[in-house]
Design a protein around this ligand. Structure first.
Ligand SMILES: [Zn+2]
Length: 212
């Protein structure tokens, strides 16, 4: 029979690694799929969770869609602080954590888009979004600051998308898992993420407000 100390050693390290200010553990069940998980099916069929169809809009509208999505996050981040930092379930982030994730995605995708537009077929540097959530203490950030950064990040990325024309839509880039994108498929793939997380947040608020 194993001794307690041996059993302890077999526990996943992540369980004891980090706790948020609210005392909730970032447990081993990570709610957000890794950046490298293959979500590229969203380019082929509507998302069964949020209903978004990444094929169903003119590519030239993506900049406007980014800006409109950022406005919706302003409404989210104006909600009361305790609602923003609460997790509706063990496998969902809080609204503030999703908002911080979206802010970082806006920055990351702007860097990747710039790479695609300025280099030939670049490889994207890897990004561990779950590590980012822990290291940057997403759930302790200031909502108003996050809201401002979402607006500025969305504006930069939207401007860059608005500047894409003609053959530039077919320029390419490759993610660290080998998934290859054109600027157009990259735009369609990207915009699903902040749309999907708005839906996550709306569902989360419904659960949390139902508990009150
Ligand atoms: Zn979705």
């Amino acid at each position: 029979m194993a001794s307690p100390s041996v059993r302890w050693n077999h526990l996943p390290r992540v369980v004891s690694r980090v706790r948020t200010g609210a005392g909730r553990a970032y447990g081993p069940r990570m709610p957000i799929v890794p950046d490298t998980k293959d979500w590229t099916w969203v380019l082929e069929r509507p998302c069964p969770e949020c209903g978004f169809d990444a094929r169903a809009f003119p590519r030239e509208l993506v900049g406007q869609m980014v800006r409109e999505n950022a406005c919706s996050w302003q409404e989210v981040l104006a909600r009361p602080g305790d609602l923003l930092t609460a997790r509706p379930s063990d496998d969902r982030w809080s609204a503030l954590e999703y908002a911080c994730h979206v802010r970082d995605v806006l920055r990351l995708y702007d860097e990747r888009l710039e790479l695609m537009l300025t280099e030939d077929d670049p490889d994207f540097p890897n990004w561990d979004q779950d590590a980012a959530a822990v290291e940057q203490r997403y759930n302790e950030q200031e909502p108003r600051r996050v809201a401002a950064d979402v607006i500025s990040g969305a504006g930069r990325l939207a401007d860059r998308f608005d500047g894409v024309a003609g053959a530039a839509w077919q320029r390419t880039g490759t993610r660290s898992d080998g998934a290859r994108f054109t600027v157009e498929s990259f735009a369609r793939y990207f915009i699903h993420d902040p749309v999907h997380h708005l839906d996550d947040v709306a569902r989360g608020f419904a659960v949390l407000e139902g508990e009150r």
